[in-house]
Design a protein around this ligand. Structure first.
Ligand code: ZN
Ligand code: ZN
Ligand code: FE
Length: 796
């Protein structure tokens, strides 16, 4: 009997065909297997029982990096054909218009790591060792199907030994497209930037020279998997400070790389879930609580009690760190100037990083698409919900949840499965932490992290990224979904493209997109409705105001704004985002409290500036209305004396969270007004929303500040108060709309303290709570929400 099998999912570049070859020959089946641009095609001959066992084994024993999304098998006739004599692996065939998911880049596997440090292995200390179970994928792929000529490895002809391994189906490197060795593959070298790129050393010598520079406190640009990093000794405060000054990065935390798990445990507290995440093939940066005795320089993460740490993930990283004389931790931050995208081409890096790095550890394996490191955090000890544990921790027995803060290397372009079918569509995302997404059928291909779309370099990276994704996944969008903010560069791009190509354009309100993203990744059906709690810093509202403290009754098709923080004028507009004292003054004004200089934010402003701000507030000049929860956090942080100005987004709120006294039980109380109307804020669907008044909270904060209550207690009472307010409003909306499901999204929910407190209260009251575990709660997840809303509104 002969059977034809089609397998779809992540099945290319992950050792799938040799795996098929092995299980087929093991069972003495004959036939063939081949890659197509739609997946893997198999034909096998044998008796029916053996064929059934074969299909079962395909799923049950699949290789570690493979993901099977569907499998179709049917018996076919052998009329007239001669029976197959062997089982063979046939050449790839491209199918017009077909597509299939591409594997993300994966950390070096244990087998390769063993060979890397085995003096008898022919790849001993070779920085580009890899196999079908590990190594670069997404960053080196130029087109599909995934074959060597379609990767940046095409310029390295394999030597005889490598070719032998590549063609041997029983070898771990069978059809490993990036396979290489010291004889035939890419090489590393060290350049001294200041000396016109003079080559100082090559190969192992170059790595040792880089180590010596790092030990001396120098800054070395290291070419990695998805771009250049800037490295320095993390235990050397002066080196870290120099890096800050050169990068123009005042105090935003730097990521660290440490040699091994034991080293990480000397610097940070690590639980089982975090350990699993640190050592996973994705190797993200994991936010960990710092141990007080750690000798990592304070300059690495000023004002924070966490450190962002990752383990080595390329052979080159292992070679740099695996040496007892090296510092136990190195800073490994993206190779760029402040807000620009990460440098990823050699010539570009020389040009852009010349004043940042003392030397460059270069190599000649090109990176086709730049990809930053991913950042995740584990949130602990919420009452376990079986479904979420299964979905979020990859099936392992972990009672903690993974919260992505930035989904990029190791995860992108792994698709998110959608709960509804979509037409080919492009969702362009938001302005900050931009990611975009293209969809096809039930797949949403979320892009890698693009960055803040505020400069030309990043915009170009965004446009090139979109073109690359459309090509890789064979998607010609019919629809383009975008944020309503008229000044977002992504929005302008979307509208220009829609006009130029005659595409249908669908504007999606920012907070609706947040909630829809959360619904979609949790698999809510097309008809599902939730109480969406969207808390963030900034999002353009239907009425032109800046929203950000929103309760939406949401489906994919639409939403009703059911409740929100009462509006305050934001004196100075965008400036208030960088100057929390402005937020404090406007809230003091609303709460009817005089601006006395005993209050830290009043003291921070000069009398002259105070007068200007008062005029802005009272006359509404350059003071847009906002319901932003992020700005309320800023106001409280400023009033408590945590910080008056910030150097990066959400810094004040993060530092306020870091202060929270976990044992403080009391809470500040919000007032829930009845449906009073403020000027021009009727929701789109009519019916006035419930107003949430924070003035009583501000009055209580001021009373505590004046009574000398400590910052940790004030911080705790504020967090407790917001959590209780969410429960209270959710109760009212449950009674009003008969909904029991709550979805939490928006950047404010990256605050683990607030999230834990809120979830505890909601779950204790019987609410079903949805949170993010696949895409970030911040604007990095917006594109997914735009996609599902666009698909629902424009699909039929
Ligand atoms: Zn490997
Ligand atoms: Zn070779
Ligand atoms: Fe947002």
């Amino acid at each position: 009997m002969r059977r034809r099998i089609h397998v779809g999912g992540v099945v290319q570049g992950v050792g799938f065909r040799p795996f098929v070859y092995q299980i087929a020959t093991r069972a003495h089946l004959r036939g063939w297997v081949m890659n197509t641009s739609a997946g893997v095609e198999i034909e096998v001959e044998g008796d029916p029982d053996a064929l059934d066992a074969f299909v079962h084994a395909l799923v049950a024993e699949k290789p570690p990096l493979a993901r099977i999304d569907f499998l179709e098998a049917h018996d076919c006739s052998t009329d007239g054909d001669a029976p197959y004599e062997t089982f063979e692996i046939r050449a790839s065939v491209a199918q017009e218009g077909a597509f299939q998911p591409i594997s993300p880049d994966m950390a070096i596997c244990d087998d390769c790591l063993r060979e890397l440090f085995d003096p008898n292995d022919r790849r001993y200390r070779y920085p580009f060792i890899n196999c079908t179970n590990c190594g670069p994928r997404f960053t080196i792929i130029c087109d599909i199907p995934y074959d060597r000529p379609h990767t940046t490895m095409s310029r390295f002809p394999m030597c005889e030994d490598c070719a032998h391994e590549y063609h041997d189906p029983t070898n771990r490197r069978f059809h490993a497209q990036p396979v290489a060795c010291p004889k035939c593959g890419p090489q590393v070298w060290l350049e001294i930037g200041a000396e016109g790129g003079r080559r100082e050393a090559e190969g192992d010598e170059a790595i040792r020279a880089a180590q010596e520079l790092l030990k001396k406190g120098k800054i070395v640009a290291v070419k990695g998997l998805g771009g250049f990093h800037l490295a320095c000794d993390a235990t050397n405060g002066r080196a870290v400070q120099t890096l800050r000054e050169r990068k123009l990065r005042v105090d935003k935390p730097f990521a660290l790389m440490m040699r091994d798990l034991e080293t990480i445990e000397q610097h940070c507290w690590v639980n089982a879930a975090e350990r699993e995440l640190l050592t996973s093939r994705e190797r993200p940066i994991v936010l960990l609580e710092r141990r007080p005795e750690s000798n990592v320089a304070r300059e690495v993460a000023p004002g924070q009690n966490t450190l962002g740490v990752m383990l080595p993930y390329t052979p080159l990283h292992y070679l740099i760190l695996a040496d007892d004389s090296m510092p136990s931790a190195i800073v490994l931050t993206s190779g760029n100037l402040s807000e620009e995208p990460i440098a990823y081409k050699n010539a570009e890096a020389r040009e852009r990083l010349i004043n940042l790095a003392d030397a460059f550890l270069m190599h000649d394996r090109d990176i086709h698409i730049r990809t930053d490191d991913s950042v995740v955090r584990i949130g602990l000890a919420f009452p376990p919900d079986k479904r979420e544990v299964k979905r979020c921790s990859g099936g392992a027995s972990v009672s903690a949840r993974v919260y992505p803060l930035r989904r990029s290397r190791g995860y992108a372009p792994f698709p998110v499965r959608l709960p509804l079918a979509t037409p080919p569509l492009l969702a362009v995302g938001a302005e900050l932490k931009n990611t975009f997404c293209v969809t096809r059928e039930r797949y949403a291909f979320m892009s890698h992290h693009i960055g803040d779309l505020e400069n030309y370099e990043t915009l170009r990276s965004f446009e090139e990224g979109i073109a690359h994704f459309e090509k890789l996944f064979r998607i010609e969008p019919q629809l383009v979904a975008y944020d309503l903010h008229p000044n977002y560069l992504a929005t302008r791009y979307a509208l220009a493209r829609a006009q130029g190509e005659g595409l249908r354009a669908i504007g999606v309100q920012h907070h609706h997109a947040h909630i829809a993203a959360c619904m979609a990744e949790n698999g809510l059906s097309a008809e599902g409705a939730v109480i969406g709690v969207a808390f963030d810093g900034t999002g353009y509202g239907d009425d032109g105001a800046i929203w950000g403290g929103e309760f939406l009754i949401a489906t994919y098709a639409g939403y009703r704004r059911a409740a929100h923080l009462a509006y305050v004028p934001l004196p100075g507009g965008d400036r208030a985002t960088r100057e929390p004292w402005r937020c404090a003054l406007t809230w003091l004004h609303r709460a009817g409290i005089e601006w006395h200089t005993d209050l830290p934010p009043v003291g921070a402003a000069s009398a002259e500036l105070g007068r200007i701000v008062r005029r802005q507030i009272e006359r509404g000049i350059h003071a847009p209305h906002t319901s932003s929860m992020g700005r309320l956090f800023d106001a409280v942080a400023a009033l408590a004396g945590v910080r008056q100005t910030v150097n990066y987004e959400a810094q004040a709120a993060m530092e306020l969270e870091a202060c929270v006294d976990q044992h403080e039980p009391r809470a500040y109380e919000f007032a829930l007004g009845e449906t009073a109307r403020q000027g021009g804020e009727q929701s789109r669907s009519g019916g006035a929303p419930l107003l949430i008044e924070a003035a009583p909270v501000i009055r209580a904060v001021v009373a505590d500040v004046r009574a000398g209550v400590s910052i940790p207690v004030i911080a705790a009472r504020f967090h407790n108060g917001v959590a209780r307010m969410v429960r209270e409003v959710a109760h009212r909306l449950r009674a009003q709309y008969g909904l029991n499901e709550v979805a939490l999204s928006g950047g404010v929910w990256q605050n683990m303290t607030l999230l834990a407190k809120t979830m505890e209260l909601l779950q204790a009251d019987g609410f079903g709570v949805y949170v993010h575990c696949l895409v970030p709660a911040n604007d990095g997840g917006i594109a997914l929400g735009q996609a599902v809303v666009g698909a629902r509104q424009g699909g039929s």
